[in-house]
Design a protein around this ligand. Structure first.
Ligand SMILES: Nc1ncnc2c1ncn2[C@@H]1O[C@H](COP(=O)(O)OP(=O)(O)OP(=O)(O)O)[C@@H](O)[C@H]1O
Length: 637
């Protein structure tokens, strides 16, 4: 894939790295070992790290094991492996999934603490922290160090793509101490481009490869509905509490805004339309090269920022003269690693970064804690706005999204306390209650709905006529045209067929039997069809009403946030941090926005409810009339 190697070498040369190989064997080794550069971590390559040889980012597990034997002379600690596969019905009843991923011991951990571990896995869902006091944790899934990138994708990534295709906002974020494997999980080795090229290619590239395959399949199957898709991606980082566009390095301090339609979004963030996994990988490479990375005591190539890769997937299709519009926001988040400042030995700029990272992670912890308390019936304020990270991810935390949290841990005794703290965080996160709804809008085309209602009215009056005493004039054609979807070419000679008194009794009774069977079959088919139509209409109306309720909730939430922001401003005015004029002008702006939100809601509600209900009523009437007709026909025989 020339574009990838071009970009790769561009990034490498930007950071001044060149392969110094002479033999063909070392060529392949070095080119592999340069891979972490693409994660934007190459700037610290020359710094000594705890992971021997910078290639650790791209090693397969067997390579890790070989390395352990090399560096310690000991055989790698054998550990029992547990099955790791998905529960296909999981997302039907859940909106939050928490997975623990244990990475292999690193050679530096082995050199400090040997093979001793602070955790013991008990099953594919339980893990015990073996410190004092021993604590047992249960999660949706625990992935041990043998779980490959491919396997993790199949279990966590595939269903997420399906959720997006179904119109659910979805979010996956990797949490864990610095060096625990978050970037490896979310991004991994992307030089190969897609999983076909590298076993260590991470979640994000695999997700997009699958997404575009699914989109193509869906388009092929639903050609008649003129199904179209658009996917737009953006890539940002939150560094020292400032939002920077990774696809536009000249951007500074971008602001988060809220909107009734878009939800929470970042103003002026570059959005790129993508049509293939290759496009996405190119953006990932471009963005990862701009990410802030530095050497710390814990990780020689530590991400110093939170990164959020977002894709808005929109689809449109037509069915029964109504245009349907579905969308889903997919957020893939690689958090900066939490670290204990004592063990990180950070100073200066690194210390400032660490303080900001820890502050936003502790706000994340507090948001989760309050959400858990709320789900236990307590009434609490959720401090989403206290950090850029939680403000941006508020839909994924307690809002309209299906969220997967991958908590990465190191098994080594050296990281015992950090591992315990991650396990505790993950356990709390399990109690978050999200309210994910399908983002679909079929009511936008009011004209088409009106047309459909007119047609339905005609149908109703024709059926009314048939029921009110005109059944004796029924002929094949009128039956075929009046009952929706009658099997046209089938000739039926039931009611008015000529029966010769001279025909044999046997033939007469046979014919009669066929007629009865045929009418019975007709009747059953029509009944099923009518029942199906009524159910479809009911579910459409229910979906519309649910969407309406969801919109109302969103607008209430937004108004609540406007109020919270107002209170904060008033506090700032009271403490002299803000002038009364500035407060009033912002207040006016927020009121105008609120009026806009309310106006949109009022307009939408009235029309949608009226049309949805009328549609439902008419369809029900058709069903009743169709049923009556067949009852009459049945008795006529
Ligand atoms: N499951 C795994 N298998 C093999 N190697 C791994 C695994 N997880 C992590 N590693 C390796 O461990 C090192 C640290 O991982 P990574 O950079 O992903 O950590 P991180 O959590 O993103 O750290 P930070 O928060 O400091 O950025 C990398 O060299 C990575 O390749």
């Amino acid at each position: 894939m020339p574009f990838i190697s071009d970009t790769a070498s561009a990034i490498k040369s930007r950071f001044g790295f060149h392969n110094r190989s002479s033999s063909s064997e070392s060529v392949s080794l070095l080119s592999v070992r340069n891979t972490p550069d693409l994660l934007g971590k190459s700037a610290v390559r020359e710094n000594p790290g705890h992971f021997t040889a910078s290639a650790s980012a791209i090693r397969s597990i067997s390579e890790w094991d070989e390395d352990l034997t090399e560096s310690t002379g000991a055989a790698p600690q054998s550990s029992q492996s547990f099955e790791f596969h998905e529960d296909p019905s999981f997302w039907k009843d859940h909106n939050v999934q928490v997975i623990i991923r244990i990475r292999p011991l690193s050679s530096s951990e082995i050199s400090v603490q040997g093979n001793s571990k602070c955790i013991k896995q008990e099953s594919c869902q339980t893990i015990t922290w073996t410190g004092h006091p021993e604590s047992r944790f249960t999660f949706d899934l625990v992935a041990d160090e043998h779980v490959s990138q491919e396997n993790l994708f199949k279990v966590a990534g595939l269903p997420m793509v399906e959720n997006c295709m179904g119109g659910y906002n979805s979010c996956m974020f990797a949490y864990g101490q610095t060096g625990s494997g978050k970037t490896h999980t979310m991004l991994g080795d992307i030089e190969g481009g897609t999983r076909r090229h590298s076993v260590n290619c991470g979640m994000t590239p695999r997700v997009f490869e699958h997404l575009f395959t699914r989109i193509q399949k869906e388009k092929d199957i639903r050609k008649d509905e003129k199904l179209r898709f658009t996917c737009k991606c953006s890539f940002l980082e939150i560094y020292n509490e400032q939002i920077l566009d990774l696809l536009d390095p000249s951007s500074t301090n971008l602001q988060i805004r809220e909107d009734m339609k878009k939800g929470v979004y970042v103003e002026n963030l570059k959005e790129m339309e993508v049509t293939s996994a290759r496009d996405v990988i190119q953006l990932l490479i471009q963005g990862a090269a701009n990410r802030k990375v530095a050497a710390t005591n814990m990780n020689h190539a530590s991400s110093r920022s939170h990164s959020v890769f977002t894709c808005i997937i929109e689809s449109k299709w037509e069915s029964q003269a109504v245009t349907h519009h579905r969308f889903a926001r997919l957020n893939l988040v690689d958090l900066a690693g939490s670290e204990r400042q004592k063990s990180s030995g950070a100073e200066g700029e690194r210390l400032k970064e660490a303080t900001n990272i820890n502050k936003s992670l502790s706000t994340l912890g507090l948001v989760i804690m309050n959400l858990v308390n709320i789900s236990n019936g307590k009434s609490l304020h959720v401090p989403y706005r206290d950090s850029k990270l939680t403000f941006l991810l508020q839909d994924s935390l307690g809002g309209n999204a299906k969220t997967t949290i991958i908590a990465n841990i190191s098994p080594s005794n050296c990281c015992s306390l950090e591992t315990l703290s991650t396990l505790k965080f993950a356990q709390r996160a399990k109690f978050i209650k999200n309210n994910a709804v399908v983002n679909e809008d079929a009511s936008g085309d009011v004209v088409a709905m009106r047309l459909q209602i007119q047609q339905l009215k005609k149908e109703v009056s024709r059926l009314r006529g048939l029921v009110n005493g005109r059944t004796e004039n029924l002929d094949n054609d009128s039956l075929a045209s009046s009952v929706p979807a009658s099997p046209g070419p089938l000739k039926w000679e039931g009611l008015h067929g000529s029966f010769s008194p001279l025909a044999s009794d046997k033939r007469m009774s046979q014919k009669k039997d066929y007629e009865v069977a045929l009418v019975g079959a007709f009747k059953r088919e029509r009944e099923n069809e009518a029942a199906l139509q009524a159910l479809t209409a009911e579910s459409q109306a229910a979906m519309q009403l649910a969407k309406q309720r969801e919109d109302e909730i969103q607008s209430l939430k937004m108004r609540l946030r406007f109020r919270e922001a107002g209170i904060k401003r008033l506090e700032a005015v009271a403490s002299g941090k803000m002038s009364a004029e500035a407060h009033l002008s912002q207040e006016k702006e927020e009121y105008l926005k609120e009026i806009e939100v309310l106006r949109a809601q009022v307009n939408r509600n009235q029309e949608v409810t009226r049309f949805a209900l009328e549609n439902l009523r008419l369809k029900e009437e058709i069903r009743r009339h169709a049923y009556l007709i067949f009852k009459i026909l049945h008795f006529a025989l």
